[in-house]
Design a protein around this ligand. Structure first.
Ligand code: AMP
Length: 487
């Protein structure tokens, strides 16, 4: 097209303005820049405080974690459970207990339009919901134990800070209807394997907080000890003495640390049964060679725990972290935690049911995963791509999706890029993906119903019938068709 005919109204206007010798300031701004600044000026929406997006670039850490949870659930025979994000507030007040930060400060509570008799909330955790479902749907009638796992978002109106969000994701495993120490060990093994098998170094911190009676006696001794040291404590701890004495052991303030270290240890208040239960759990962990630390100050603030409590901590040295995911992780930040809750089902109106479980925070786990990949402590699992399909010309492009779909259905993983039209551009991508084969489909191949298979290493090419492509490719990548179908 001749350039002089390609005038648009704006350039005509400009020309007129120039001819009139108007000051430069009136010149029409560069359209590109104007569009950009207008867009950002117009855009008014941003994430709510404490919320976050998991962008595609972060998903490569999330997907293997979710796959790992799924695999562990299958191996240890846990069945998936999904419960609603909203529940009655009283469910959590009853189970987690007043005096805890979750209940006193962090619940998202609101009234439903239908004016429910009780207020509703966004779930801050899922154990109480799982136990509610277990009672409500008569799962206690099934052969025990009932082993359930879940994955989903939780909500806590926490003060946003490194490693703390207001909406965050957890996966969790719960075993209901079994009081054996082997159950505690199995749960700890799953939590440990989750990280260990992804190449993430972790250790378990573990303690026993006994049963209700033992704990009550211990709390009396703890309060007495702390009252005598009251003047040396931080403001929060002074309040905790009356409000939630066990939380005194969670304090991380330096002024309280020496007092905490000298405090009475709950292990000395345990009955013979509780002590023996705990010793058996530790024997299992020794047998399984799971690294653990006994931490007498570990009490897990929630009311529903009894006997074994544990948390999982990162042990890799991450040095200075410069994350762009908004999560920073120190060795003091737990990746997850759990324990026994033998009284919870009964407290909620169900039958007495021995139970235990744990949950892992996926934001912190994803951050740890990413940091460990960057430090080459671990690697992301490789997605094996069997071939790259390159197309040339309109007809080939049209046919290629059908061929890709057929190959995919036979179990092959095929990459492609339909926006690139040059063969070179597409083969460059194939090279960068290190695929063993490229499948090349041009005009001629479409007409002959054939396709070229190119061995990317040797450069040797062969032409095969499109109908035989799946069979030939499966043979080449040595996939057992039956096995693929079974999966
Ligand atoms: P908890 O039962 O409160 O100990 O939570 C179990 C795990 O969930 C923690 O170890 C964290 O990994 C994760 N978690 C808890 N609260 C938050 C939060 N506000 N933001 C991100 N992750 C959290």
């Amino acid at each position: 097209m001749p350039k002089k005919n390609n005038l648009n109204p704006k350039s005509v206007k400009n020309k007129t303005a120039n001819q009139r010798k108007e000051p430069k300031i009136k010149a029409v701004p560069e359209p590109k820049k104007e569009k950009k600044s207008n867009e950002s000026a117009k855009f008014k929406y941003a994430l709510l405080r404490g919320m976050h997006d998991v962008l595609p670039r972060e998903q490569k850490y999330w997907q293997p974690m979710l796959a790992q949870a799924q695999r562990l659930a299958e191996d240890f025979q846990f069945k998936k459970i999904d419960t609603p994000i909203m529940e009655e507030v009283s469910l959590f007040i009853r189970s987690i207990g007043k005096g805890t930060d979750i209940i006193d400060k962090e619940m998202y509570i609101f009234e439903d339009k239908e004016k429910y008799s009780s207020k509703i909330c966004l779930r801050p955790e899922m154990t109480a919901s799982v136990v509610r479902a277990y009672i409500q749907h008569g799962l206690w009638n099934q052969p025990q134990p009932v082993k359930l796992w879940y994955s989903g978002p939780m909500f806590r109106h926490d003060r946003p800070q490194a490693g703390r969000f207001r909406q965050f994701n957890q996966i969790g495993f719960e075993t209901l209807g079994d009081g054996d120490p082997a159950t505690d060990a199995e749960l700890i093994l799953i939590a440990y394997n989750f990280f260990h098998e992804l190449g993430l170094p972790v250790e378990i911190h573990i303690n026993s907080i006994g049963n209700l009676e033992e704990r009550e006696k211990y709390i009396v001794a703890l309060v007495e000890y702390y009252r005598a040291k009251r003047s040396y404590l931080c403001d929060d701890c002074r309040k905790r003495i009356n409000k939630n004495p066990l939380r005194l052991l969670d304090c991380k303030q330096s002024q309280c640390r020496p007092i905490k270290e000298e405090s009475p240890q709950i292990i000395d208040w345990l009955s013979t049964e509780s002590r023996s239960h705990f010793m058996k759990v530790l024997e299992y962990l020794d047998e399984l060679e799971i690294p653990y630390t006994l931490r007498h100050s570990l009490v897990r603030g929630l009311d529903y725990y009894s006997r074994t409590v544990f948390e999982i901590y990162p042990t890799a040295d991450l040095g200075d972290q410069a994350p762009d995911s908004g999560v920073q992780l120190s060795k003091q930040d737990a990746l997850g935690g759990g324990g026994r809750y033998d009284l919870l089902a009964e407290q909620m109106g169900g039958r007495p049911t021995m139970a235990g479980g744990f949950s892992l925070g996926l934001e912190r786990a994803a951050f740890y995963y990413k940091a460990c990949c960057e430090k080459e402590i671990t690697k992301l699992p490789k997605r094996e791509i069997h071939a790259f399909l390159a197309q040339l010309g309109d007809q080939a492009k049209r046919r290629s999706l059908k061929i890709i779909n057929q190959l995919r259905a036979s179990g092959l993983v095929i990459d492609f890029n339909l926006t690139k039209n040059s063969l070179k551009g597409q083969l460059d991508i194939a090279n960068s993906l290190h695929v063993p084969y490229a499948l090349i489909l041009g005009q001629k191949e479409v007409q002959d119903s054939t396709i070229i298979i190119r061995d990317m290493e040797s450069g040797v090419q062969e032409i095969v019938d499109q109908k035989k492509l799946s069979t030939v490719m499966l043979k080449k990548v040595q996939i057992n068709v039956d096995q693929t179908k079974k999966k």
